[in-house]
Design a protein around this ligand. Structure first.
Ligand SMILES: *Cc1c(COP(=O)(O)O)cnc(C)c1O
Length: 366
């Protein structure tokens, strides 16, 4: 049995007619950038998330860059974030001319450690970017409290956690801005690149809208150096179809994760990450820790059985070439990079597939 990390075919089969109709409508409209689909998606997604402004963008990376710029972060500023994330989180900080400051993660979830955050604050610190890794909401309450005490902006990286909740409220709507990605593999994925910035702050929203259109509020009256970063009409139309099913899709992931957890109970050498009782983890990834130093062998053995797995992330961001010179040593993130293994998951994954994955995983562990 050949098992991919993610199978988009069940979703495409289910939504085929609606997707074709939505795409035809865009083609026939002759309007491909900044039209009615994008507007409708922005208002529907704002309603779903429970926020005032939603601004469609080119990618999750652009959402982070534009959120930082719109929040007034730039050269000379420090922005604290986690090293256990996709490179884009730190890259965005560097792009606006600020300095990324990395603090370690907590072992139980691999999310940003609030205590370490507080210790890393200096007079230059202007913002913090918590990342809801694998779809698991960060413990936001202490992060928000520290940020408010020190006057820091909070920009949530919600690229992996669309629909996740913390204390009954959607992640992405806690901070000054939330940055989503619609990269095709994400929980709410387009069929191309796409991103979203959400905020309740009118001023930040106005800046972000201006930045996505070459720094112009009115066409050809450019005020600042901006970007060409818009969510196109085809992707917006596709996302509108998929947004209607996001609850069902996230629920499918949650059910699948809970079955994996059950199958893994008592298996020596494997540790599942913690779920918080006051949050809704939407399982962008089902990631386990292989604690007996055999992670790479296990991955190889599974590959030989036709089972795809992924390592998010094999090198923590502070050890990548561009940031290595900063000299950080962050032991929990570094250990996680040697232990983390993400298993195949998608909303419609069958229990038989999951049982097969875990059978082979157990065999590979001995
Ligand atoms: C995917 C991802 C991004 C970047 O999103 P793109 O749409 O690919 O630019 C940023 N941060 C995290 C944590 C991600 O997983």
């Amino acid at each position: 049995m050949k098992i991919p990390m993610l199978d988009l075919n069940p979703e495409i089969d289910l939504l085929w007619e609606e997707l074709m109709q939505a795409m035809q409508q865009v083609l026939r409209s002759g309007h491909f950038i900044m039209g009615s689909q994008g507007k409708a998606f922005e208002s529907e997604v704002a309603r779903y998330l429970g926020c005032k402004h939603a601004i469609g963008l080119n990618s999750g990376t652009d959402a982070l860059v534009i959120a930082l710029r719109a929040a007034g972060i730039g050269p000379g500023d420090e922005v604290i974030t986690t090293p256990f994330t996709f490179f884009a989180t730190a890259e965005a900080i560097s792009h606006v001319g600020a300095v990324p400051v990395f603090v370690d993660v907590v072992q139980e979830t691999l999310n940003l450690d609030a205590k370490a955050l507080e210790q890393a604050i200096t007079p230059r610190t202007k913002a913090v970017i918590p990342v809801h890794l694998y779809g698991n909401p960060c413990d936001l309450e202490p992060i928000m409290a520290i940020a408010s005490q020190h006057g820091l902006r909070v920009i949530e990286d919600v690229a992996q956690a669309f629909g996740g909740e913390y204390r009954g409220r959607k992640v992405g709507t806690w901070g000054d801005a939330g940055c989503f990605s619609f990269f095709p593999t994400k929980n709410l994925g387009a069929y191309g690149d796409g991103g979203l910035l959400v905020t309740d702050d009118d001023e930040l929203a106005e800046q972000a809208r201006m930045l996505r259109q070459h720094g112009a509020k009115r066409k050809y009256f450019n005020e600042v150096i901006g970007y060409n970063s818009r969510l196109d009409e085809l992707q917006a139309a596709i996302l509108r179809v998929k947004l209607q099913r996001i609850e069902e899709f996230n629920e499918g992931r949650i059910q699948a994760a809970s079955y994996y957890r059950k199958l893994l109970e008592g298996v020596a050498g494997i540790k599942c990450l913690d779920e918080q009782s006051d949050s809704r983890h939407v399982y962008h990834q089902m990631t386990v820790l292989i604690t007996n130093d055999m992670r790479d062998q296990v991955q190889k053995r599974l590959a030989e059985e036709g089972i795809d797995t992924m390592i998010y992330y094999p090198v923590p961001v502070h050890k990548l070439p561009v940031y290595q010179g900063l000299g950080y040593q962050l032991p929990i993130a570094e250990r996680a990079a040697n232990q983390a293994l993400s298993l195949p998951i998608w909303p419609q994954i069958g229990r038989n597939i999951q049982e097969h994955v875990i059978d082979k995983l157990k065999e590979a562990l001995v």
